[in-house]
Design a binder for this molecule. Structure first.
Ligand code: TYD
Ligand code: MG
Length: 468
């Protein structure tokens, strides 16, 4: 009988240790080291894990074809753009996100729309054939075609060896694995969802993708408590990592690329979860601004670059008298440290007594803006709420704030201004340009400000009830 040995593997970072430990020595997480049984030292099966890659040979770089890869077009445009313009054959893409956010729905829709691109094999280890068929019928109503394609195959299987065998026989253009955490390799004794299974499974799938030219989509769950192998380890294995995010109780879903070997990172696709599946939102700025109350104090419009696309969002600020020693600073959708910085600048450079105020910031629509270009709208939203005076209507604010209260230039300004003009905004308050770009938009009036002080003076100057 083969002797079984066990090892302790950190489910966050993959660190392996022969003995049990409370804290992972590599990533410092507590309680993340989980016992996994590995195959016996005497077993021959172990050899299967170390597969040889001996069929590769060195080639001269200039002899290798430099043509851009052909892509399989995707009619879901928001998805296509995030991938970098369609699906690259032989690529491996991870889609991660909280349970219930809509990963299965989105990929099912993709599979149903892909019919012209070739055969699709959807492998589910989570749901029954019947459940998936029911969902397919549901999302069919929102799709472009009104019947289910002949080229769509479904397989409910959790054994990865069997999955790969079927994939080889069927030779589809795309396979979808829902989810990587449910797949197991029989030669590994550890249970499904452990980091060893997830990592080995994904590695096997990557080899399959590279050799066969089949595009592989993996669905990966993330849980806050880290019980299931975190997609962290997967990030190194795959070509592209997409994250589907959004507030559970809000309809908007953002598909964000955090790594992409075939396109720009931080590209964002916007969807809305409807009762007939995920609906593309082609004009996110309009949708995010739809419920805005014009002339309300504490509301400022920011233009945020999400990948290659500018998106207009409303930043709301609320200040209210605090009775705490440490007044609250609650950012929703913006970075906490940027909020602290902006607050400090307003306190010191503008003389606002914000140390007596609780401050809440909310980016409408569940968007998150991390770029410094949102500093000025954050500052304006706070100032506007603090003084209870609305900001100038039809005006966008763009700019990074420095510690001395100066306004700093941000990239992609013409693109941002054009998007604002397109949506009917008449004025923009921006930092003084270092040199004027050539393609400066003409249909929007521009106020250049050197400092937050100047910018806010402009921002309040038009208000009818101004008390400045
Ligand atoms: P799902 O795609 O199963 O999420 P994940 O695979 O990320 O776990 O989505 C499940 C949620 O989406 C569920 O709460 C129901 C909702 N939903 C809709 O609102 N409309 C729809 O058309 C579908 C199919 C699901
Ligand atoms: Mg699912």
């Amino acid at each position: 009988m083969a002797k079984q040995i066990s090892q302790f593997v950190c489910q966050e970072c993959g660190k392996v240790s022969p003995k049990s430990m409370g804290k992972c020595p590599q990533c410092g997480n507590w309680g993340s080291m989980v016992e996994e049984i590995v195959q016996s030292t005497t077993s021959k099966k172990g050899k299967a894990v170390i597969r040889s890659l001996s069929n590769a040979e060195p080639h001269r770089l200039h002899e290798i074809s430099g043509e851009t890869e052909k892509r399989i077009p995707l009619s879901i445009e928001e998805f296509s753009r995030v991938l970098g313009g369609g699906i690259v054959p032989g690529s491996i893409v991870l889609i991660s996100g909280d349970p219930g956010i809509g990963k299965s729905t989105l990929l099912l829709q993709m599979a149903m729309e892909m019919t012209s691109g070739g055969t699709v094999l959807y492998i589910s280890g989570e749901e029954s054939e019947h459940q998936i068929k029911m969902r397919a019928m549901r999302v069919l109503q929102s799709g472009t075609s009104h019947e289910i394609s002949e080229n769509f195959y479904l397989l409910t299987e959790t054994n990865l060896d069997a999955v790969l065998e079927h994939a080889r026989q069927l030779n589809p253009a795309v396979i979808i694995i829902d989810s990587i955490q449910t797949m197991t390799l029989s030669e590994l004794d550890s249970s499904a969802g452990t980091i060893t299974q997830v990592r080995e499974g994904a590695t096997r799938l990557r080899e399959f993708a590279k050799r066969s030219g089949v595009a592989v989509f993996l669905i990966g769950h993330v849980t806050k408590d880290g019980n299931i192998a975190g997609p962290r380890v997967l990030e190194h294995i795959v070509d592209t990592v997409l994250v589907l995010e959004g507030e559970r109780y809000q309809a908007f879903r953002l598909l964000r690329s955090v790594k992409n070997r075939y396109g720009a990172t931080s590209e964002v696709g916007v969807f809305e979860m409807r009762d007939v599946g995920m609906k593309e939102v082609r004009n996110p700025s309009e949708v995010f601004l739809a419920e805005r109350m014009v002339n309300a104090a504490g509301s400022a419009i920011a233009v945020s670059m999400e990948g290659t696309r500018p998106i207009l969002v409303e930043v709301q600020g609320l200040t209210s008298r605090s009775f705490l020693n440490n007044p609250r600073r609650t950012p929703n959708g913006v970075d906490f440290n940027r909020l602290l910085l902006v607050t400090a600048v307003l306190t010191r450079r503008m003389g606002m007594r914000l140390n007596e105020q609780d401050i809440f910031i909310n980016v409408v629509g569940g968007m998150k803006i991390n770029e410094p270009a949102a500093d000025l709208p954050i500052a304006a939203a706070i100032a506007s709420s603090y003084q209870d005076v609305p900001l100038r209507a039809d005006t966008v604010l763009i700019g990074e704030i420095g510690l001395s209260g100066e306004l700093r230039w941000v990239n992609q300004m013409p693109l941002r201004l054009r998007e604002a003009a397109k949506l009917g905004f008449k004025q923009a308050i921006i930092p003084k340009p270092i040199h004027k770009p050539e393609s400066w938009p003409k249909d929007i009036q521009i106020f250049e400000a050197r400092s937050v002080k100047e910018a806010l003076k402009f921002a309040f100057s038009d208000s009818t009830t101004t008390n400045q």
